[in-house]
Design a protein around this ligand. Structure first.
Ligand code: MG
Length: 440
């Protein structure tokens, strides 16, 4: 399985097996403190098999199991503190295609495990079973969705949004948001146009909410005359938007919209990852608030947000973190914030997108060079002597209104190269220069 700070993922029946799930759950049960553990899952057909294996691992380590059923990842993050659990296991492979599944692990604050703790979860030799005399209760089923939605509704001006009577098309890719998203929109007085909102776990298109995968939603928005289209990934922590003219917006705009909304109402520190668009940085400058960048991964962003009491933050791939809700990426909270933003500004989504700062992000990849990392750093420094260099997550160089990043893949012997600038040409030129100096 591919194991990282955001969890473990594998192909179902190949490396994502009942045995692997049981083993990981038992390790998790050994690493966390005593007490009940929540288990929830997305809609993937392999989820039930994984649930049963995870349940065995947790019972073996003396943890009562609370079964949250099929539910978005952010609802589980909310539920950990709400139900005073000692942790949670989420069965999902997030945006990966249907043949994948995986596990995400949360601590008793509803946050992803620290790098030290997750490393121990991945070491099965450390896992311990409790003595066999202790009788564990059978898993208890808990319906958390009503409380989760009630919690979200307290975060926004429900009356204002209801008055606007917006028409919203929503594509849940037959994933875990299938119930939560339409219910939330109905509570907010929206006319809801459903697309792929069946809990089959059969994804009708590639499930990552990127513009190229949202053709059917764009069409739905156009033909229904909706004010907005929303696309969730299979576990509901990432959100992408389609404007009223049926155009898919870059995922980066989800967080940009939310940041503009929050800072216009309550200016304060912002935290984003090192790969997030400059647009958020430009907004922070406009509102005169500090901005911090962390390595990629919800754990890093959320931890920094709590440390400096950020008002908003997240990851540019459609992962909005609003700490008043809970310190994790939440596509449903993102939805509520964006609806209030649209209502308050009284503008169409396409116009809002045009008015916000915009840059061009070019993405590329190359084979991992056959020389060591310090040599790469030296070459980058020589080629970009004026730029600020950040080595928290690969190499990131930045100037006044541009940045480039070279990141190392966890899963393949490749490097990913990102370049953002005011024009596509400028961004492309820097990628070409990086390729030249790194001989890739
Ligand atoms: Mg996800």
């Amino acid at each position: 399985m591919i194991k990282g700070i955001s969890g473990a993922r594998g192909k179902v029946g190949i490396d994502f097996t009942a045995e692997a799930c049981l083993q990981l759950a038992r390790s998790f049960g050994t690493v966390i403190g005593k007490g009940k553990v929540l288990v929830g899952r997305d809609t993937r057909p392999s989820g039930l098999m994984a649930f049963n294996a995870v349940k065995e691992g947790l019972l073996a380590t003396g943890h009562p199991v609370i079964d949250l059923g099929i539910i978005p990842t952010p609802a589980i993050e909310f539920a950990v503190t709400h139900l005073a659990a000692s942790g949670a296991i989420i069965i999902t492979a997030s945006h990966n295609p249907g043949e994948w599944n995986g596990l995400k692990f949360l601590d008793n604050a509803g946050l992803f495990l620290s790098p030290e703790k997750i490393a121990r979860v991945y070491q099965p030799s450390l896992s311990k079973q409790i003595c066999p005399e202790i009788i564990m209760p059978p898993p208890e089923k808990v319906e958390i969705l009503p409380q989760y939605l009630e919690h979200i509704l307290k975060l926004v001006d429900v009356r204002l949004i209801r008055q606007s009577k917006m028409k919203v098309a929503v594509d849940c890719v037959n994933g875990a948001a299938f119930q939560a998203a339409p219910k939330l929109l109905s509570e907010l007085g929206c006319e809801v146009i459903l697309l792929n909102c069946e809990p089959t776990g059969i994804f009708p298109h590639l499930p990552e909410p990127k513009p190229e995968n949202l053709t059917s939603l764009c069409q739905k928005v156009k033909e229904s005359g909706a004010d907005l289209g929303l696309a969730f990934d299979p576990d509901g922590d990432r959100l992408a938007l389609v404007s009223e003219d049926g155009k898919p917006l870059s995922e980066e705009l989800t967080l940009t919209f939310c940041t503009d909304f929050m800072l216009s109402r309550r200016p304060g520190p912002v935290v984003i990852n090192l790969s997030t668009s400059l647009a958020v940085e430009t907004l922070a400058k406009k509102y005169g608030v500090p901005i911090y960048r962390t390595p990629v991964g919800e754990y890093h962003v959320a931890k920094k947000m709590l440390e400096i009491s950020a008002v908003i933050g997240g990851e540019g791939n459609g992962g909005v973190i609003y700490p008043d809700g809970h310190p994790g990426r939440d596509g449903l909270i993102g939805t509520a914030l964006i609806l209030e933003y649209i209502c308050r500004t009284g503008k169409k989504v396409s116009r809002l997108a045009k008015e916000l700062p915009s840059y061009f992000l070019v993405k590329d990849k190359a084979a991992l060079p056959d020389y060591p990392k310090p040599e790469m750093e030296k070459r980058i420094k020589t080629a970009f002597p004026e730029a600020a260099l950040d080595c928290q997550d690969g190499f990131r160089i930045a100037g006044e209104d541009w940045w480039c990043q070279v990141r190392f893949s966890n899963t393949e012997p490749i490097i990913r190269i990102f370049s953002e600038a005011a024009s596509e040409k400028e961004a492309g030129n820097r990628i070409a220069l990086l390729r030249k100096v790194l001989s890739i």
